[in-house]
Design a protein around this ligand. Structure first.
Ligand code: 3HC
Length: 284
């Protein structure tokens, strides 16, 4: 089934990225957040990106106008009621996600699939709270969504095959490459990536190298497109700490213990690019 109308819950970096891609492939998108200022910031980011691309000659003014008309920002969950697929991309708190899924179950048509963009949390647990566990699935996108090709599709314990197929097809419609990942903490990408990023934070904390040198080392010595600490800043240090903490708890293995340097930056409110400061200063 081709998606004609997509709902996105959460207008942060990931939600806005998903909404942007949806509109760009011709889908009408409604993006919802709890506060008008979050909605406005998300929508402004998306339209700003289109305007930049128009200035570079990559989009015409007509395209920008068409895209903008197909994007609706809202603070009302009810506006998601006639969507063919809803993707939740709020912050990583299992209790809040469960509440949102329960609410969506009362709003969306009975057959509608509701997906979570969670980076690590249990789809089964979110699905169990939803009231429609067979129609809940993980669709994990990567930052920046308009650029990154991969989506991990994660079935929960009760997710039906039809739901998985719909999610896989939706990824193709969004011009992404889907892969199926089992429900284990962090799925595939974050299972490998988060310990690597955490280790870079530990090395930084131990003074093995400056942030710049650690990043340069991995770019030039391992052909990474971006250094690990710059990537931490891009992902968000709070998101990273949440995932590292979750791994530590879930696996019960000290090898996943979050780096002190990471904890200290989060405690200081320095969460990376989004707050202007993390391992690097983005305010200058
Ligand atoms: N939104 C939209 N487009 C963007 C963008 C953004 N945020 N950032 C960059 N782009 C586009 C640029 O417009 C440019 O497009 P063009 O070639 O058509 O002009 C293109 O991407 C390349 O951008 P730049 O030349 O400015 O920058 P780089 O060459 O450094 O590439 C990058 C940017 C592709 C983001 C590169 O830095 C990279 O690969 N970074 C690593 C990204 C990554 O690993 N992401 C995964 C994070 S983990 C995650 O998301 C999981 C979560 O659960 C934690």
């Amino acid at each position: 089934m081709a998606i004609k109308k997509l709902g996105v819950v959460g207008a942060g970096t990931m939600g806005a990225g998903i909404a942007q891609v949806g509109v760009q492939v011709g889908i009408s998108v409604v993006i919802v957040d709890v506060d008008q200022k979050f909605v406005d910031r998300g929508v402004k980011g998306i339209t700003g990106s289109w305007q930049k691309n128009a200035a570079k000659g990559k989009l015409t003014e007509e395209q920008v106008a068409r895209y903008t008309a197909n994007l609706k920002g809202s603070v009302k969950m009810d506006d998601l009621k006639d969507c063919d697929l809803v993707i939740e991309a709020i912050f990583e708190n299992i209790d809040v996600k469960k509440k949102v899924f329960k609410e969506l179950d009362g709003i969306c048509a009975p057959g509608t699939v509701i997906a979570s963009n969670t980076s690590a949390l249990s789809i089964t647990e979110i699905a169990a709270a939803s009231g429609r566990p067979d129609r809940v699935v993980g669709m994990h996108f990567f930052n920046p969504v308009p650029v990154m090709k991969l989506v991990e599709v994660i079935p929960g314990e009760e997710t039906s095959e039809a739901t998985v197929n719909l999610a896989m097809e939706a990824c193709l419609q969004l011009q992404k490459t889907p892969i199926k990942a089992a429900e284990a903490p962090g799925f595939i990408v974050n299972r490998l990536l988060v310990p690597y990023l955490n280790e870079a934070c530990i090395a930084y904390g131990e003074g093995v190298g400056s942030a710049k040198d650690i990043d340069e080392a991995m770019k030039l010595g391992a052909n990474m497109p971006i250094g690990p600490l710059a990537l931490c800043d891009m992902v968000g240090l709070d998101v990273l700490l949440m995932v590292a903490d979750y791994f530590h708890r879930e696996f019960g293995d000290s090898k996943y213990r979050p780096a002190l340097a990471l904890k200290q930056k989060v405690r200081a409110g320095n969460l990376g690019m989004k707050t202007g400061k993390g391992f690097y200063d983005y305010t200058k």
